[in-house]
Design a protein around this ligand. Structure first.
Ligand SMILES: *Cc1c(COP(=O)(O)O)cnc(C)c1O
Length: 384
């Protein structure tokens, strides 16, 4: 049986989420189009409204500020491209970090192709983007700053509230990719001064194929749609809402909110046990800030072994070498290169990521398998 330690790539659907999604699919009273005026449409709208309220509650937002999307890739594209285009008359400069998720970076590349200019801040050696570095990068024509709360490769946590306060004081929109933070770190869009926030259901024990973009009431009307069609989601995201998907995301959000403190306390203990076991192996380095990190990720570089060989030698454990989104490229992770790791060490990175179903036994076993695999590879196939 494979030990699943790849929760930063995707989390297993919580049984309660699966049960409620199945119930929606099987309920003859919930099959109408949620846009329909009749009573059956109204019943579906009511169910979607509950889910919207649950997602809003998770981040301290109002239900009317939540727009459903197909996932966080779409939410990030809608936030970055939609806000930049809408404000193009005011300015065409965007600030982000080079360690952002590819769906933010690629959206910025696309804006650059359209004549916008983008500043991609580099992190310090611990993976932190200092709020002061953001302040220095701002220009009179800056309209948007996009920064993730928790990095998906290293688990490093950024100071969102400090950057939010800075942006607010300058009248600049602030977008946060909170996929890895939801259900793990505290989130409150009001006290963090966030205007736009992306979430993905499958990173918090919900289904794949659904996400949400929070657009604050004050920001409504300052984001252009990417898709055109019916008037759903106030015209920002046309298309029939996938009832069972958003219900699943709603249940996942309720569970994430209710379980956040206990889940993160438990995972912090397991994360520390895992690091204790693997950090004992000589030549193993923790990637990212030693304290400012989320509860579920341990990313290490291993001297003297090759990353792909290590993944293969540990194939009883489902792990990633960088992020899942870049798994088919053999480029060393850009996020790790920013930490000042040599190409060799960046290439030998291994990301362990824990979740609600992870047990202490699994963590102990993974630690032993790691130590054995590293010792074996250094003996038979030492890397240059
Ligand atoms: C997974 C992830 C995404 C993309 O989410 P999808 O719903 O799979 O499109 C974006 N940002 C971060 C930080 C992620 O971890």
């Amino acid at each position: 049986m494979t030990i699943y330690l790849d929760h930063a790539a995707s989390t297993p659907v919580d049984p309660e989420v699966a049960a409620q999604m199945a119930a929606v699919l099987a309920d003859a009273g919930l099959q109408a189009n949620p846009s329909s005026a009749h009573a059956m449409g109204e019943a579906v709208r009511a169910r979607i409204g509950q889910a919207r309220a649950a997602v809003a509650a998770l981040i301290g937002a109002r239900p009317a500020e939540i727009v459903w999307t197909s996932g966080a890739t779409e939410a990030n594209n809608l936030a970055v491209i939609g806000a930049a285009r809408m404000r193009a008359a005011r300015g065409r400069h965007i600030v982000t970090a080079a360690s952002e998720h590819v769906s933010v970076l690629a959206a910025c590349d696309e804006l650059e192709n359209q004549g916008f200019s983008v500043t991609r801040l580099v992190t310090d050696g611990d993976g932190i983007v200092e709020p002061q570095a953001v302040a220095t990068a701002l220009r009179p024509d800056t309209t948007l700053v996009s920064l993730m709360q928790v990095n998906n490769e290293t688990g490093v946590v950024q100071d969102i509230a400090a950057v939010g306060t800075l942006c607010r004081s300058r009248g600049i929109l602030f977008h946060v990719d909170a996929c890895q933070a939801a259900g793990r770190e505290p989130i409150d869009v009001r006290s963090q001064a966030v205007d736009l926030m992306s979430l993905s259901a499958h990173k918090m024990h919900g289904p794949k194929g659904v996400g949400a973009l929070f657009i604050s009431r004050e920001t409504a009307g300052r984001v252009e749609p990417l898709l055109f069609g019916g008037g759903q989601e106030r015209g920002l995201r046309p298309g029939t809402i996938a009832t069972q998907q958003v219900v699943g995301m709603g249940v996942a959000a309720s569970l994430a909110a209710a379980r956040r403190s206990s889940d993160s306390a438990r995972l912090t203990t397991l994360r520390d046990q895992l690091w204790q076991a693997i950090g004992e192996v000589p030549g193993v380095y923790l990637n990212g800030h030693p304290q400012r990190r989320a509860c579920h990720i341990v990313n290490v570089s291993v001297a003297g072994v090759e990353g792909e060989s290590l993944l293969f030698a540990m194939r009883e454990v489902a792990l990633s070498s960088g992020s899942a989104c870049a798994a088919d490229s053999d480029e060393p992770s850009a996020v790790l290169r920013l930490l000042g790791r040599s190409p060799e060490l960046a290439q030998s990175a291994l990301r362990f990521s824990l979740g609600r179903t992870t047990t202490a036994e699994e963590v102990a076993q993974a630690g032993q398998l790691f130590a054995a695999a590293v010792a074996h590879l250094r003996r038979v196939a030492p890397a240059a």
